[in-house]
Design a protein around this ligand. Sequence first.
Ligand code: NAD
Length: 487
Amino acid sequence: MKAQPKASHFIDGEYVEDTAGTVIESIYPATGEVIARLHAATPAIVEKAIAAAKRAQPEWAAMSPTARGRILKRAAEIMRERNRELSELETLDTGKPIQETIVADPTSGADSFEFFGGIAAAALNGDYIPLGGDFAYTKRVPLGVCVGIGAWNYPQQIACWKGAPALAAGNAMVFKPSENTPLGALKIAEILVEAGLPKGLYNVIQGDRSTGPLLVNHPDVAKVSLTGSVPTGKKVAAAAAAELKHVTMELGGKSPLIVFDDADLESAIGGAMLGNFYSTGQVCSNGTRVFVQKKIKEAFLMRLKERTEAIVIGDPMDEATQLGPMVSRAQRDKVLSYIETGKSEGARLLTGGGIPNHVSGEGTYIQPTVFADVTDEMTIAREEIFGPVMCVLDFDDEPEVVARANATEFGLSAGVFTADLARAHRVADQLEAGTLWINAYNLAPVEIPFGGSKQSGFGRENSVAALNHYTELKTVYVGMGKVEAPY
Ligand code: NAD
């Protein structure tokens, strides 16, 4: 299987290569096969990309939002027309099953271009402020050159979630995908040009943690939007702060999902499974601490085990497969080591915990794993594992579970399953998280803001809120009379 792109980077409307950059091997996680060889951006490539973005941006910003939006909506249409091809590429890039990518990856990217293309004409208006004779007005102005840096779990979606609002608002973007998943973003760049995006406005360069700082520290960059881990977020935010650049930080989590004893059990189990096993557990907002009220604990665990053991693990290109491999060997090793820590710290392994027999070989598969009797101080209950490992904790009552759910430095997401609506809203009100779900989990349609609080980050993606993060407010005061000065 090969997925070699025309070149490593996409700059100023075309593919560009510079073989002087370090080699990045794209590995298909299901087989371990090298499917493409690319090169990390050299400083010259970084300069070229930022210069192209800087040159193209003013003319784009001067276009009407309707005209910009029309191009983005066309890109959404092209993505939908090519959904299968893009989904297969996403599966090759990440190892995620085609059953998922076909409904969740390019489609959510297309939603983003459609949504921001559609609202650009209405959502960038300013205010008129009457001042009794004098008046003022405000304008939302683009920031200029924005940098997007992506994680490897949703490469196409991240490339679109950052690109769509940035472009709709009149900015140019230089996007760097994760070194683990370099392929998808190049296709997005290609499609945008095909849709009519003027060259230089959406550039993709490859690279790893040593390339990122070249972008973040560049004096012509006005904003950085990062999707990644908390430690990386701290580094990137600190570097951006040195030049007071705008930042959006979409970072990690250890989110609580609370199941009260009056909840619909099958729905709660379904929510917990989706919130731990979708994308082989590699989802930032996963509800990895599942708090189950004691009265229903045994019934919950019994059905959870049954349903988890029925998950179909296998070839990601087979439409029947529900769980693919992890993105890389390093990530799988990290998850396996957390599983060992869970066992040694006394958690009860309910199911999973190892490598499935029938899919051995070079594929980086791992069993969906559930630990029961997990307590708050265990490592697996405190640290982000970023794999298909669910921790089930017990609780007695509402005040206790809210306090325990909030006892973490993370604050990305949270969920509550209950039939008592007043309780659902009361608990949602008290949980410290950027995105909460009641009787649902992990749904992030483009219409609603998505992002974290506490160390899970700041700024929001999706919704009108994202446009605000790619613009700044300019206020114009208009004096209508003579200036009266006391001197
Ligand atoms: P990571 O932090 O290792 O890397 C993220 C990106 O940052 C990569 O492109 C990497 O090359 C780049 N990078 C690393 N160091 C850098 C530096 N010093 N300067 C600039 N760029 C740098 O994260 P990952 O392992 O790719 O992804 C997994 C993490 O991402 C998890 O913690 C997960 O929770 C988080 N995540 C968050 C969201 C969200 O929306 N909140 C979504 C997906 C993933």
